[in-house]
Design a protein around this ligand. Structure first.
Ligand SMILES: Cc1cc2nc3c(=O)[nH]c(=O)nc-3n(C[C@H](O)[C@H](O)[C@H](O)COP(=O)(O)OP(=O)(O)OC[C@H]3O[C@@H](n4cnc5c(N)ncnc54)[C@H](O)[C@@H]3O)c2cc1C
Length: 383
């Protein structure tokens, strides 16, 4: 029991924990080893209403708050990192972009099938030549009658290989700076749109990461999200909130590693007693538990601010940078406590150790989070 969450959130977490123990954890090694997209796992989550959590009920979602999703992500990520990344990308990035910035018609068109899990969403900002610097996008969008024509390439797109509905960020007018960036929805199968799977990731291996190529891809103007030139604001707003879910994912990964380490320390014997009796191991576990709680508290604060409609950008960045790096330290210590066994597949801690690493990179690297935090502290400095 964690007094942080409401009774309702604890009940939700308990339901997801049971689902994760039965349906996610037993398949996590296979998902990782075979780079297997977790279709069955996503169907199960959809059955629990979780592919529509935080999405407006009016458009087929389950409603709910980011604190509810945090409780869910913690349990999902503790059991299977890949499934957690797929769910975050589907709900907090892809679907939320439409939920928050789509017109009523666009929401009616796309959200019900996303919320039910029948269709999968993706969010495409990164390009081969630009990741952190979102102003440097070179994918273009030009007008042609009632349509737009897209040209360019997106890279490292999670869910890309299987998604049906993509929110794509493009540059409509380079000279206009951030006001030149727009967001548009492209559906799978649109002529001129090719998806190339990217294999060989270190962790989160079942996420169907892909390169997206647009060659004179014709998309109706009705697919534009928000105003022309409003895309930069959309991307920043969505990343500000989705980062809270990455932080929650890190809390889950850290919890998975700590649970495995505690259980191993209670059983493994060395020099005549279980290793949990050695003070060096006890202190590692104590530090891991303390860092895990600190990460959870920072994440909960950011989610609470978001749910209250209050500014949360700095707090989301703090939660993401701290939780991701703490999860790295916790996973490393958990592996250390396992000794040689922890270094071999299919050890749970070996997988978490690899899965954690990308959390310091995607949705803004640790350096970018520190930029967000320090800019908030310092304001605009004179040259
Ligand atoms: C597995 C995976 C899944 C991903 N999924 C998605 C997705 O679904 N959608 C999507 O759009 N993108 C996705 N990405 C892309 C991800 O968001 C980018 O990789 C990330 O933002 C970093 O961009 P980059 O790789 O171009 O690195 P760069 O921006 O080239 O950065 C390289 C290094 O320089 C540092 N750096 C850059 N600028 C600064 C600065 N101003 N100050 C200090 N340091 C700086 C960075 O922190 C980093 O250490 C994914 C990436 C991975 C690996």
């Amino acid at each position: 029991m964690r007094p942080l969450y409401s009774e309702q959130q604890e009940m939700l977490a308990a339901t997801v924990r049971e689902f994760a123990a039965n349906e996610l954890a037993p398949k996590a090694a296979e998902v990782d080893e075979n780079e297997q997209f977790p279709w069955e796992q996503m169907k199960g989550l959809a059955g629990l209403g979780l592919t529509g959590l935080t999405i407006d009920e009016e458009y087929g979602g389950s409603g709910g708050e980011y604190r509810d999703m945090m409780a869910v992500q913690e349990e999902v990520a503790a059991a299977c990192g890949t499934t957690s990344t797929v769910l975050i990308t589907h709900v907090s990035l892809g679907s939320q972009t439409i939920n928050q910035f789509g017109s009523p018609e666009q929401k009616q068109r796309w959200l019900p099938s996303l919320a039910s899990g029948e269709k999968i969403a993706a969010f495409a900002l990164t390009e081969p030549q630009t990741g952190s610097d979102a102003l440097g996008l070179s994918t273009t969008l030009t007008e042609d009658g009632d349509d737009y024509i897209l040209n360019g390439t997106k890279l490292f797109i999670t869910n890309g290989g299987v998604a049906d509905i993509f929110s794509i960020f493009v540059n409509q007018d380079r000279a206009a700076g951030y006001r030149g960036i727009s967001a548009i929805v492209v559906e799978k199968g649109t002529s001129g749109f090719t998806v190339n799977p990217q294999h060989g990731k270190m962790g989160m291996r079942g996420c169907e990461t892909a390169e997206l190529v647009f060659e004179n891809c014709r998309v109706p103007k009705a697919n534009l999200l928000g105003e022309p030139g409003g895309g930069y604001r959309i991307a920043l707003k969505i990343l500000d909130s989705s980062r809270i879910m990455i932080a929650a994912q890190c809390v889950g990964l850290a919890k998975g590693a700590l649970d495995a380490a505690v259980s191993y320390a209670q059983q493994r014997k060395a020099f005549g007693s279980v290793i949990g009796k050695k003070q060096a191991v006890q202190f590692m576990l104590a530090d891991m538990a303390t860092e895990l709680d600190a990460a959870r508290l920072l994440t909960f604060r950011a989610a609470s601010l978001y749910d209250a409609g209050m500014p949360h950008g700095k707090e989301a960045a703090m939660a993401k940078v701290y939780a991701s790096e703490a999860a790295g330290r916790i996973a490393s210590k958990a592996l250390q406590i396992h000794g040689g066994v922890g270094y071999f597949r299919p050890s749970v801690v070996e997988r978490i150790y690899r899965d954690q690493r990308v959390t310091e990179i995607y949705e803004g690297t640790s350096e970018i989070q520190r930029l967000v935090i320090s800019r908030d502290l310092l304001g605009d400095l004179p040259d």
